[in-house]
Design a binder for this molecule. Structure first.
Ligand code: FAD
Ligand code: SF4
Ligand code: SF4
Length: 368
């Protein structure tokens, strides 16, 4: 991958509307900021190489190198990436109650990791009104306040610069696949800076098919409901095809085909559905309300899950074959659609169709 600078980040990503707001380019310098759920460039400096470009998951990220340095294994052709074990899971009887999205596996594992001192804080996504915002959670209550999915994209990693000065030595990060990809790239110290320190000790990736543009989606909702009384949102697995919005005293449903109009264009070139570079990935479990799908990818993730099971913070069971097959199919389709979109945008290189080729160059978008 050729490391370039802020001008190329603007040309290749921001000006083309392909940014999905992971936040990894923001707050590294005085000129690129996350503001009101958008990335703002106040000034394009003339550096020929910058961390802003190097971290961005929408330019060529060397997945093969990252996979090898984190997992001592190659990026594979499996549509859900390399994993040690895949199970169904739900919060256990010793875990706290909360307004979880599915069964609270993410929040329960983060709280357990804090209590075991594997992490001393976690970078999560909370809300300000209806807008998602990055939150550095240092205790159980703050983790529980962040429970639930916010379908609007949020610049979570824009807080990393602040966190590295905050005294947090062992950080947990929860994010969508593009955020986990950017985080993994950050952790490579791509510019080989002498003062770089990797504070992340645990990454939990969410499954994700798309996130929404905040301005357009909020405009749509505010014409149809009182957004100040929104409590939570859910997109149940297929065949539901609806967005369910829980208000203070009622529930409203919106057809997904209308909501999809507000998805970020950059999501269409995203080839990762299950956060392939995380320690642990978590998503919904189709057909089993109150359960999550849990993918254990690293030894560290495996240890954490085993201990959390022993101490009844989570409960696990075997994943039904039908769910596994559907997951593979969904993740494979996402890769194919991303490749198709890249082709349309003229971004495809020969390796994209085989992002897992062991000797080929691998990138998430095909730009190298
Ligand atoms: C934008 C988006 C799209 C998703 N799409 C799918 C999908 O297609 N299929 C699927 O199976 N699952 C999807 N999920 C994941 C799913 O909604 C649940 O997050 C997951 O199953 C974990 O459930 P839980 O009960 O364990 O989570 P909880 O214990 O409730 O914890 C949820 C965690 O999600 C984090 N979070 C919330 N919103 C965001 C955000 N915008 N960006 C980053 N982190 C966030 C919070 O920090 C919190 O820690 C999506 C999530 C998001 C945020
Ligand atoms: S995708 Fe992330 S790194 Fe790339 S421009 Fe957007 S916020 Fe910055
Ligand atoms: S679909 Fe991909 S690019 Fe879009 S928010 Fe999800 S992980 Fe990010």
């Amino acid at each position: 991958m050729t490391l370039l600078g802020p001008e190329e980040l603007s040309q290749q990503v921001l000006d083309k509307g392909l940014c999905t707001l992971c936040g990894a380019c923001a707050n590294l310098c005085p000129y690129i900021k996350a503001h009101n759920n958008k990335i703002i460039t106040l000034f394009t400096c003339d550096r020929t190489q910058g961390r802003c470009y190097a971290h961005c998951p929408k330019v060529g990220i060397p997945l093969k190198n990252i996979s090898q340095s984190y997992k001592a294994q190659s990026y594979t052709e499996n549509p859900i990436g390399k994993f040690i074990k895949i199970v169904k899971a739900k919060k256990g009887r010793n875990a706290s109650e909360g307004n979880f999205q599915n069964s609270g596996v993410v929040s329960s594992l983060i709280i357990f990791a804090m209590e075991k001192e594997l992490i001393d804080a976690a970078l999560l996504t909370g809300t300000q009104g209806i807008k998602p915002v990055p939150v550095l959670a240092r205790d159980k209550d703050s983790v529980l306040e962040c429970a639930g999915s916010k379908y609007i994209a949020s610049p979570v990693l824009s807080m990393m610069a602040e966190i590295s000065d905050s005294g947090v030595e062992k950080l947990g990060v929860v994010g969508t696949p593009c955020q986990i990809t950017a985080l993994s790239q950050m952790r490579q110290n791509p510019l080989e800076l002498d003062d770089f320190k990797d504070h992340t000790t645990l990454s939990i990736g969410l499954f994700c098919t798309w996130a929404l543009d905040s301005e357009k989606f909020i405009q749509y909702l505010s014409k149809r409901t009182d957004i100040s009384s929104i409590q939570s949102m859910d997109i149940p697995p297929p065949p539901a095809e609806e967005l369910i919005v829980k208000l203070e005293n009622s529930v409203k449903k919106f057809p997904l085909q209308e909501i999809r109009k507000f998805k970020l264009p950059g999501c269409e070139i995203c080839a990762d559905m299950t956060s392939e570079l995380s320690d642990i990935s978590v998503g919904a479990l189709e057909g089993f309300d109150g359960w999550n799908t849990l993918i254990i990818r690293s030894k560290k993730g495996e240890r954490l899950v085993n201990e959390a099971v022993e101490q009844n913070y989570i409960e696990i069971g075997s994943l039904p074959d039908r769910c596994f097959d559907n997951l593979l199919k969904g993740a494979g389709n996402k890769k194919k659609q991303a490749a198709q979109k890249c082709r349309e945008l003229g971004m495809l290189d020969d390796d994209f169709n085989k992002p897992a080729s062991l000797n080929g160059r691998q990138t998430i978008t095909g730009i190298a």
